[in-house]
Design a protein around this ligand. Structure first.
Ligand code: FES
Length: 166
């Protein structure tokens, strides 16, 4: 039978304290991990915006979109408004999320305005005045079999370059 020496006791005690200290970090690690931006598994979200030719020309149109993404183990529904402009075969699609701090822009005076801090963008989405550090974010698009598809992406706000979120 092993004799309980002071040394053995201290070793065991250190092991127990170490195990508890490790276990104590699990909740904080979990919450840290949970707060990180989660990259959706389906990183390419091509959304059907309907027949391209049916989109009125020379006019900014609002197009609400909604789709589900798998975010780790749960499904989230993304809802957003896009602005679509068509001139013949050329299309421009802008996010309605202001690059300054993420408020929703709206059309005004042949351009766009953000009601939060009054950034004003011209009808191409370029900054005319206000604190927005970059133009409105344009989205990639394609036409397949006559239907317009947009590649939906979200970008980091508050910085001068267009960086993907996630
Ligand atoms: S969030 Fe749009 S100007 Fe600040």
């Amino acid at each position: 039978m092993n004799k309980i020496t002071r040394r053995n006791f201290l070793k065991t005690w250190q092991g127990v304290v170490g195990a508890f200290a490790t276990l104590a970090t699990i909740p904080s690690l979990y919450y840290w991990w949970w707060d990180q931006p989660h990259k959706p598994n389906n990183t390419e979200n091509w959304i059907d915006l309907g027949k391209a030719k049916k989109i009125k020309e020379n006019l900014w149109l609002k197009r609400p979109i909604s789709f589900d993404i798998q975010d780790r183990w749960k499904t989230r529904t993304i809802k957003e408004m896009l602005y679509v402009f068509r001139m013949g075969k050329s299309v421009t699609i802008l996010s309605s999320i202001c690059p300054h701090a993420g408020c929703l822009i709206k059309t005004e005076n042949n351009g766009f305005i953000c009601p939060c801090h009054n950034s004003f963008f011209d009808n191409k989405g370029l900054v005319v005045e206000g604190p927005s550090p970059r133009p409105l974010d344009s989205m990639e698009w394609t036409v397949k079999k006559g239907r317009l598809y947009v590649k939906y992406e979200q970008f980091r706000s508050g910085i001068g370059t267009k960086e993907l979120l996630g």
